[in-house]
Design a protein around this ligand. Sequence first.
Ligand code: FRU
Length: 481
Amino acid sequence: MKSEREQKLIEQAYAEVEKYETLVNRDRYRLRYHLMPPVGLMNDPNGLIDWHGTYHVFYQWMPFRTGHGAKFWGHYTSPDLVHWQAAPIALAPSEWYDKDGCYSGSAISCDGKLVLFYTGNVKDEQGNRQTYQCMAVSEDGIHFTKKGVVITLPDGYTAHFRDPKVWRYQGHWYMILGAQSESGDGKAVLFRSADLCHWEHLGPIAGGNMNGLGPFGYMWECPDLFPLDGQDVLIVCPQGLKPDGMRYQNVYQSGYFVGRFDYERAEFLHGTFEELDRGFEFYAPQTMLDRNGRRILIGWMGVPDQNEDRQPTVSHRWVHALTLPRELRLTGGKLRQTPVEELKQLRKQKVAYPSATVVNELRSWPGLEGDAIELRLDNIELFGSMMEIYFRHAARLVYNSDEGVLTLERKSFVNGLTEKRQCRLPRLRSLHVFLDTSSIELFVNDGEETFTARFFPHPDDQTIFFGAHGHLQMDIEKWEL
Ligand code: FRU
């Protein structure tokens, strides 16, 4: 059951969807196979869960404008991670404890119910922030009833304390939260519960000045702790890291630590921080364990920077999207991300050029163009200093084999100038590319590195060109999606 106030806000949001439907859908940058908001702004994926045979993805949603504010939880469901259906709005910011936003959180299954945990964001008249960790419950996975506050702010932290991720381990529930300590350090904080309603504060498990990390950002958002391939992985989004060579180029970062989590001592011993994605738009990812035991990650294909409202889609009253679902594996102490198998269902006509060569030229092949396509380049052999791919004259991927550096360039949607993101890569063996009308996701060497970005080519330009200094050979496969 929803309160009258929540019901009213939900009706207002639907009115907004209806009002702008035509304008939104007229946008040629609307994506064809990614999750997007029906109107307004979408940010973090929330509440990822495979529940009773259905995948659920909730998301941070501002229906009333293309900016941030008092967020709702939008909701999509899917039988297969490929075909998605919009479900009724799950949460609206209606109560005293969440009136300025039902902020990010997670979902679990308990006693046959789907239970959500989220952060109630509250600002008083002076603009001071308060934060409450809240619970909502559903019998059918579609209609949610708020149960109110389960955790208030513990001592030692500022009100930047949010984004509960909950899981079960040996008879207890655990919750990890993103936090800022009173001394101004980003931290990941752990709670434990037997009944989901009463939570014991176990303290921080990682963050500034713990574990030999030194200062590491002033706030950590969206933590996620899970076992993978025999180790434990903590994903976090630190705010306040300074750019460092090719690293930390976006306004906020999203990355992970690999280590071992000791439940008895509530201690996490971990290695260094590694970025999850090298592209321009990637933030606040969340993972779930699915029916097949896979660890699946979905990220926000956006970042909260000052240029969000300069994205061309804003004139059509919507902004941002989610990434494709990616399967995570841990190999050699590094996370590897690959698009889930199921995405093969999207494949339509195929074109293949085995042993294709490019020799000191810029060229194309018939049938390799498109604006919603999957492209695989395998067995890449470069005898030369450089290879490049131009995507629709608006993005360019360059591999410099002398320096061992991979670069993604795009035309900035703010000023039209070229901007770039890079990573070190000793060898380029394969590329797996998903292009949608205004997005690109690159999986390098079977997911060793990924680059995620929005880009806004002329809608009629569907060209793809390949270039090399020297001799390049590769097997090319391409599908219309
Ligand atoms: C991350 C974030 C979360 C917060 C949410 C609000 O992008 O700032 O920390 O819960 O977005 O929409």
